[in-house]
Design a protein around this ligand. Sequence first.
Ligand code: FMN
Length: 405
Amino acid sequence: MQTLTNKRILLGITGGIAAYKAAELVRRFQDQGAEVQVVMTKGATEFITPLTLQALSNHPVHLDLLNTETESAMGHIELARWADLIIVAPATADFIARMALGRGDDLLTTLCLAAECRIAIAPAMNQAMWAKQATQENCQHLLDRNISIFGPEEGLQACGETGVGRLLDIDEIVIEAASLFSSNLLTGVKVLITAGPTREAIDPVRYISNHSSGKQGFALAQAALEAGAIVTLVSGPTNLDPPDRATLVPIISATQMYDAVMAEVADTDIFIGVAAVADYRPAKVQTQKIKKNPAASNKSMTLDLVENPDIIAAVANSEKRPFTVGFAAETDHLIEYARKKLEQKNLDVIVANNVADTAIGFNSDNNQTTVLWENHVEELPMMSKSNISIRIIELISERFNLASQ
Ligand SMILES: Cc1cc2nc3c(=O)[nH]c(=O)nc-3n(C[C@H](O)[C@H](O)[C@H](O)COP(=O)(O)O)c2cc1C
């Protein structure tokens, strides 16, 4: 089983002798299902060529901060948002010192400052440099800021000395990186998630649907699995591969989704309704393709629609009610409409996002959401759908654990 499926890793390489090992690290991350982009300091390019890293990562290597061309391609803020994890391996003593000071004097330090995702470093240096009080204090500053430090390990060093300072074994770095994405927040908890659009048939060849890609629901399923949950994913048609360990229940229409959800709900601890369910469906599905009617005097046709069942309200009001989380995709009055939905549908938590903004929402890889419950509003910064899902699952598990006490 791959441990970093769909994760986006930004690998920072700094100017130490162990920089050559970063080439193999790119491969190992990819073997575990991650997409990797590389950022190199100027020092790092003296030890290994960007061309090698470009060929291995299948992406241009990012080198400069103050470069108009690269800023217009994928600017530093965009790159920081792209990442689910920034890992600097090897991290030199100098880089650690600059990071501890909060400097942004090159692309890599600036990305670390701009990033909202997890950051980890794998230091590698001469044993005396590692043991120096300055380096140790700098590392402590980073730990205090929730930055993970992998290694270093003890052994024979490139300089001929023996001691602590070697880059942690790269297989260990991959294991530690994967462990950053997993928690035990929902161990054994049964989570039912709906995702994607529904399709409401008009005739054998046409349907009414919407632009939902399913990305957010699938990312939440992945995040719930990584938190230890047992996940069932009821999904409308999407182009996505379901997460490895989720039980997928594929459906087409809103009524099929309703039936699939209601069959599971009594055996569910947490329900998360992310699917963009059609509110209405054609009153009658024509058995034959509807023909154009050139004789129609007003050049129009009328389609009679009837309301679909309200899945989330049915779940929230079911006899053995699970902890119920809804999503509100709105184009205006986001918080106001979301709070109304929270109350009217008897939900525990609602996650609101603005789908009018094309940089986020439907089909985009990023999202910016606001999570609401009781009297609380928590605005999450713009992040990848994968990272935002981890934050949402953390918030849901907190609320769920409080509610089940
Ligand atoms: C041959 C050589 C090997 C080096 N190896 C290391 C090393 O393993 N770890 C380290 O912290 N610094 C090492 N340095 C020093 C760094 O290259 C130097 O501090 C540089 O400013 C780091 O810049 P960067 O962190 O921006 O890449 C080495 C320098 C040389 C010349």
